[in-house]
Design a protein around this ligand. Structure first.
Ligand SMILES: [Zn+2]
Ligand SMILES: [Zn+2]
Length: 381
């Protein structure tokens, strides 16, 4: 649902409505759209926000009078698309104001509705005529990119779980400037863009919304000279050795997400995530089928023909003995219950799959004996 800039329309009252009528309309709508009674309904939540925004202004005699005055001046007709922006404006904040929030210690707030806040109508005006009009969507903070990478995992680590040391590019506080973004000895002054507040009001939707300042990235101050090591960002992407935990039972294409270790945020937005996709390396001895572990065991032709016992290693380095009956064909599987891969409380089986190997490099005697055996057993060759 699109926002309406018309607070009267939002509350469904006439422009000439009395304070009492406005209050009643607000109470009725707020009750109807209250998040407590509309759990999980994003449209109601949005509507509730709009209603609150509208009442925040219309419910206050002074703010309402100024809002009416702005409407009379046509401020709400076209402020979003005013070409060039700021042409009508002289209202942008241009210096630190009393009580302004400043300094890197104050994290920028997102989606904070500004009307009635510290700046009051001054901010409202600045967003209508200056900052807001001048800065459409393109200037809003954006979350950094998600970075995707793949990680090869040895078969046994994937099956049993474990840790793999890797070198990754991660966001680290710049050690040269300690995160301030300023060059050594640089003069620090209040950010001219946001007047040291660290945030800027954007005209958006109903009214004005606070965003981290794109110039100072929410810090509220700017340096006369930027730290050269991090280009003034205060943090750097650095290669760092980290231990990646591989959960037991991990299969190829399983992913893990490292929050905040992706690309830098844009204009003060939060960093993206680092997404790691596992690729399980093949093993010489084992393969897998879901939670079943398949052990590939060679047997010789005598074992397959006459029957035998073979010893097979399980994942936890124990041995199980499998009886191979006489006349076992190649690829026959023998199931050992509960010795497979364990994941989320479930456990697969161990399947011992035999492969019958034919002997090469026979002595003359062995070849003659084999030929005699074949004749006796009626095997054509
Ligand atoms: Zn730095
Ligand atoms: Zn700033």
């Amino acid at each position: 649902m699109a926002h309406s800039k018309d607070f009267y329309a939002v509350l469904g009252v006439a422009e000439k409505a009395t304070a009492d009528e406005i209050k009643k309309a607000y109470r009725r709508l707020a009750k109807q759209h209250h998040p407590d009674t509309n759990k999980g309904d994003p449209r109601s939540a949005e509507r509730f926000k709009e209603i609150s925004e509208a009442y925040n202004v219309l419910g206050d005699v002074k703010k309402r009078a100024q809002y009416d005055e702005m409407r009379r001046l046509g401020a709400f007709g076209d402020f979003v698309r005013r070409p060039g922006g700021g042409a009508t404006g002289g209202f942008r904040s241009s210096g630190p104001r009393p009580g302004a929030r400043s300094g890197a210690g104050t994290p920028p707030k997102f989606e904070e509705f500004d009307v009635g806040g510290f700046g009051g109508l001054g901010d409202l005006f600045s967003s209508m005529f200056g900052g807001g009009a001048q800065r459409p969507k393109a200037s809003e903070p954006e979350r950094g990119q998600s970075i995707e990478t793949t990680l090869e995992v040895p078969f046994r680590v994937a099956v049993m779980g474990g840790k793999i040391p890797v070198e990754l590019e991660v966001n680290e506080e710049c050690s040269t400037c300690g995160g301030s973004g300023a060059a050594k000895g640089a003069r620090i002054s209040a950010c001219p863009e946001c007047g040291g507040r660290g945030s800027i009001s954007f005209g958006q939707g109903g009214f004005a919304v606070n965003r981290p300042c794109p110039m100072c990235l929410g810090k509220g101050s700017v340096a006369s000279e930027k730290c050269s090591a991090c280009a003034g960002q205060g943090e750097k992407r650095e290669r760092k050795k980290v231990l990646i935990t591989v959960p037991p039972g991990t299969d190829t294409d399983a992913k893990i997400r490292l929050k905040g270790q992706g690309g830098r945020g844009v204009r003060g937005g939060p960093p993206g995530d680092l997404v790691i996709t596992f690729k399980v390396e093949p093993d010489k001895f084992y393969s897998r089928d879901g939670l079943d572990l398949i052990a590939h065991v060679p047997v010789n032709v005598a074992q397959a023909t006459l029957g035998s016992k073979v010893s097979v290693k399980t994942l936890d380095d124990k041995k199980v003995t499998i009886a191979i009956p006489a006349g076992t064909p190649s690829s026959k599987r023998f199931r050992v219950r509960g010795q497979g891969i364990e994941k989320d409380g479930k456990k697969g089986d161990l399947l011992v799959e035999v492969r019958v190997d034919a002997p090469a490099d026979l002595s003359d005697e062995a070849r003659a004996a084999m030929a005699a055996f074949a004749r006796e057993a009626g095997l054509k060759y």
